[in-house]
Design a protein around this ligand. Structure first.
Ligand SMILES: N[C@@H](CCC(=O)N[C@@H](CS)C(=O)NCC(=O)O)C(=O)O
Length: 211
């Protein structure tokens, strides 16, 4: 049987491509993990205009390109069985991904400052922007966990929504060691997701990056 050929283009960061990479790891599916240097992107690849919407990540599936990180994650999750077990569950999973996208602009300046693309005081951003947004978002996620009663956000098994939340937690634990101290349900969720054997192997083996 011919295998689908996947190429994932992104920068040498976890950031917006990491959930896609983790879905490949969970499924045990091979893919080409193409990590573009910023210099090559801005000087060569972007000017060629071959990437939809002129941004990364982009997933190439047998030569067909798909853009937008959440769309890529949803596509792979559907392919590999991590998108929710019923149409209703899938809608709830997608709604969490959309909620994550609404939350993300509150933490984006912090991440862009780490990369040197913006220039803010990181402690001020943490206190004034990141933590208040975190409290609202984590409160919403705890309600999902309480409703599902499985330790995962939706249904009985891991979905790409769990990966989005757990990867966010990992990133901010790196820079704010007490990030989940007052959120035991979120800490337990993070530990449960990251204990999944294929995922924990990927996390141990993956390239070390700033976030
Ligand atoms: N909403 C898009 C945002 C994509 C995006 O902003 N990508 C950034 C990196 S995280 C990028 O390609 N920046 C370089 C550029 O815009 O030229 C997604 O989630 O994929």
């Amino acid at each position: 049987m011919r295998m689908t050929k996947y190429k994932l283009y992104y920068f040498n960061l976890r950031a917006r491509a990491e959930v896609a990479r983790q879905l490949f790891a969970l499924a045990g599916e091979p893919f080409e993990d193409i990590r573009v240097e910023f210099e090559d992107w801005f000087n060569t690849i972007k000017p060629m205009g071959d990437m939809p919407f002129d941004a990364l990540p982009v997933l190439e599936v047998d030569g067909h390109k798909i853009a937008q990180s959440i769309t890529i994650a949803r596509f792979l999750a559907r392919q590999f069985g991590f998108a929710g077990k019923s149409v209703y569950e899938q809608a709830v999973v997608d709604s969490i991904a959309d909620q994550y996208s609404d939350f993300f602009p509150h933490v984006r300046p912090f991440l862009r400052t780490l990369l040197g693309f913006e220039n803010h005081d990181l402690d001020t951003l943490l206190i004034e922007k990141v933590r208040p947004a975190r409290d609202e978002f984590f409160g919403q996620m705890v309600k999902m966990l309480q409703a599902s009663e499985s330790g995962f956000l939706v249904g009985q098994t891991v979905t790409y929504a769990d990966l989005l939340l757990a990867e966010h937690v990992s990133t901010f634990k790196q820079y704010d060691p007490h990030y989940v101290r007052d959120w035991p349900e979120i800490q337990d969720h993070w530990a449960k997701v990251r204990a999944i054997p294929n995922l924990s192997k990927w996390i141990n083996d993956r390239p070390e990056t700033i976030y």
